[in-house]
Design a protein around this ligand. Sequence first.
Ligand SMILES: [Zn+2]
Length: 370
Amino acid sequence: MKIDILIKGGKTVDKHIIDIAILEGKIIEVANHIDDSKYQASQIIELDGETFISAGWIDIHTHCYERLEIYKDYPDEVGIKSGVTTVVDTGTTGALDIDKFYKDTKKYKTNVYALINIAKQGITSQDELSNMMSIDEDKLKDAVKRYKDFIVGIKARMSKSVVISNGIEPLKLAKRIKKELNLPMMVHFGSSPPTIEDILGYMEKGDILTHIYNGKPNGILKGNKVKAEIIEAKERGIILDVGHGTESFSMDVAMKAKDAGLFPDTISTDIYIKNRINGPVYSLSTTMEKFIYMGYSLEDIINKVTKNPANAINLKNKGLIKIGYDADLTIFDVVNEEKELQDSLNKSVITNTSIKPKAVVINGEYLNIC
Ligand SMILES: [Zn+2]
């Protein structure tokens, strides 16, 4: 039987050595050993048993709409070039720009999905929800209908800087709309009002709270303890997302939360051109390195950038190395070397473990990235 790619000798994060056969963009066999004679592979990739392979990484919080100045970037820059095979743009565009954004994404190899901003104009300014007229329910619902396979949820940015004097009102509306659409919503929080406690009152199972380690007065901690509302939200099935960002990742908050037994479900960057080039974000792998530094296991971290985000936005064929799943894979090294890592509050630490993406398989195509 002819196949496109046979990958040999990849190490999984749970320390198995596997071979993977790929045909027409799908994984057709995974085994500890696949004999060379079993398939006629157009391409054979020999790994050395030391190089890691995982399902393709998914960054569930990015900004990659190239036509918008404030938060622009390009899907392949935040995607495959850093080992990320799937990116989710979270609210850069709303109903007015989603057609252009969808069209743009087709120029790139990276898989792109969108959480559509409830404000029709997207993030054309920082205060997109300061006028309730920005939420055009009909336009929003029409957009979701047009792009059922592209729009995987809605985004509401619920900090004072965005809603100005509208408080919790945009979220009330967002909750009703997302229930009607049967989609999850991602909610950003930061400056208050509204407070995190108020916001969580309108979130339910399957919704995603992003920027959990923000380090602002309106955060997840009270002193050194995690607020009861956050623990209860996690128990209710609300997904806790990192959303590192320029201003939303405090290493101290993340460490205190870990010490208190609160862990994120998904690790994401909130990356765009400025915090990608100038830091402190740089890439998803840099964000993952911060979790290694904090003592999370590599296996746990990989789950938080593969399986967990795929489940959160209902990507049925992604997130696992499994027969029938999309042939999206990330090949990477974990090396011992000193590296400085910065959080969003100018705190830096020195780690001795770094993650280096080397290649991806995306939709059945092998691409070297280093
Ligand atoms: Zn964001």
